[in-house]
Design a binder for this molecule. Structure first.
Ligand SMILES: Nc1ncnc2c1ncn2[C@@H]1O[C@H](COP(=O)(O)OP(=O)(O)OP(=O)(O)O)[C@@H](O)[C@H]1O
Ligand SMILES: [Mg+2]
Length: 490
């Protein structure tokens, strides 16, 4: 269905791709793997006509060469792409997003709504088609993107990290959908850092490393360890044992915390110095909303926040920063990095804010940025390039680094490793261990059960805005967490 040959792409100072090959057959799920910055997104942007390759590239669809591919032309030829960063119009409704460019000159609202519902049904989503997209959860946006891509009767579907921001349940549903599409003869190219998914699903695997083509392998020839080796080019210790730091006194405590508009109700939790408190639950259960209350983004409507036993007022982000709280949000595309600014300034931003706007000496700023970028393995030509030119995973690392730079007392991490490759993920886990050893407290929101179970000391499970239960991680299991997350309130 799709053949790419001799693909190269050079950006100033970066060879994003060279000599890459890819061949995609009808009715197969083909995994495209590689570390952060390996060139995966660039390759699919070339396939879809968004980015022009260097001269010499050959792109063929269903056996016919395509010259001067543009997004519109590739779309018409049956190629559909769901990009790593959502491309929806947040001010428009679900139906409007789905039907953009599909309507004839006279728009029938009723027909459009009906067609929108049909497309959503195909991906198993029940979303009110009149809602504005900005109100949707990440999982819903993702399904909407896929529904939109499929709407154009695609023969080739390319998914760039479709499950990165989905809960286990939503992700499973998506994988079922991909299997169904394969059964219908669609050729699927699937990019992910969650290797379990593609080991379960994919028929063949193509691996990129540092922009170069490593090879294509049938399912029977690979396992997890081999894939990691192929991506990293070396043996990699993926898992670090959990660091058990000595627990200190209670750092932060909430009593009956509520935020009426987002449905956060009566949350009483505490976290000690040296502790990692995990927050589990389904996407939309109120974990992110709770974090936003703590960080002053959505100040509490009632209840109390105490630090070291003393009640504090968190009415704004600057209050939160003053008390030593830091928050790495989930939606890093919108709140994480300032794309136009260099990496160095992105990392030092909150430090500047905390210091009341006083400028750090440039040398100190750069030294700090360089150290953190190195520790997190940010792949970039230098710390002076614009953050917007980094690969998705590397932007995530910058977002993390900037908050680590504030040396907070309490660090709230919302899905810190989504979209991050296996090596860097282990590095982030190790770093979290070091931080709690130094006496920091961490609140970790994660939809990946192994991450929660492996890192947290205790896990609080949220359900419909409330804490359904708190378990010591040692005693918790996938089943017990899921049970708490789903159980109907008595
Ligand atoms: N517009 C651009 N300008 C300069 N460099 C770029 C640009 N787009 C991508 N790059 C560089 O090309 C390389 C490959 O990036 P790409 O986004 O394809 O990686 P990726 O494999 O998708 O990584 P990730 O898993 O983090 O999403 C990176 O080094 C990135 O910094
Ligand atoms: Mg990418």
């Amino acid at each position: 269905m799709l053949r790419l040959r001799n693909i190269a792409k050079t950006y100033p100072g970066v060879r994003a791709l060279r000599g890459v090959e890819l061949e995609l057959r009808a009715g197969e799920v083909h995994a495209l793997l590689g570390e952060n910055g390996a060139g995966k997104s660039t390759l699919i942007k070339i396939a879809s006509g968004v980015v022009a390759p260097d001269p010499g590239a050959v792109i063929e669809l269903a056996g016919a060469p395509v010259e001067g591919a543009t997004p519109r032309r590739m779309q018409e030829l049956g190629l559909a792409v769901v990009y790593q960063n959502p491309t929806l119009f947040s001010e428009l409704s679900v139906a409007e997003n789905l039907m953009l460019g599909e309507d004839g000159p006279v728009i029938s609202w009723r027909r459009r709504a009906a067609r929108a519902r049909e497309l959503l049904a195909r991906v198993g989503a029940t979303i009110d088609v009149d809602r504005p997209v900005k109100e949707l959860r990440m999982a819903e946006k993702q399904l909407l993107e896929i529904a939109r891509a499929l709407g154009r009767s695609a023969k080739v579907l390319i998914l760039d990290e479709p499950t990165a921001s989905l809960s286990q349940q939503d992700a499973d549903r998506l994988l079922d959908l991909v299997e169904k599409l394969r059964g219908d003869g669609v050729a699927v190219l699937y990019i992910t850092h969650r290797l379990e998914e593609v080991l379960r699903l994919a028929d063949r695997f193509t691996v990129l490393r540092d922009g170069a083509y490593v090879g294509t392998y049938p399912r029977a020839e690979v396992d997890r360890a081999r894939l990691v080796r192929l991506m990293a080019g070396r043996e990699l210790a993926e898992l670090f044992p959990k660091v058990t730091a000595a627990l200190g006194e209670t750092l932060l405590e909430t009593r009956g915390l509520c935020h009426a508009p987002s449905g956060v109700r009566d949350v009483s939790l505490s976290v000690r110095r040296g502790e990692i408190l995990g927050l589990g639950g389904l996407v939309g259960a109120g974990r992110t909303e709770f974090a936003r209350v703590l960080f002053g983004l959505a100040p509490a409507t009632s209840g109390e926040i105490r630090i070291e036993g003393r009640p504090i007022r968190v009415a704004s982000v600057s209050d939160a920063l003053t008390h030593g709280l830091a928050y790495v949000p989930e939606d890093r595309k919108e709140h994480g990095v300032v794309e136009a600014l260099p990496i160095a300034e992105n990392i030092s931003l909150p430090v500047l804010r905390r210091m009341g706007g006083a400028w750090l000496a440039e040398a100190a700023e750069n030294a700090l940025a360089a150290e953190l970028a190195l520790r997190l393995g940010v792949k970039a030509a230098s710390i002076f390039v614009a953050a917007g030119t980094l690969s998705g995973g590397n932007q995530q690392k910058v977002a993390l680094a900037r908050w680590l730079a504030t040396k907070p007392r309490l660090l709230i991490l919302d899905e810190p490793t989504q979209g991050i490759d296996v090596g860097a993920k282990a590095e982030i886990h190790r770093l979290m261990g070091e931080l709690v050893k130094e006496g920091m407290a961490i609140i970790l929101i994660s939809s990946e059960m192994p991450e929660l179970l492996g890192l947290a000391d205790r896990i609080a499970v949220f359900r419909r805005g409330r804490v359904a239960g708190v378990l010591p991680a040692r005693e918790a299991t996938r089943e017990s967490l899921l049970h708490l997350a789903l159980e109907d309130a008595a």
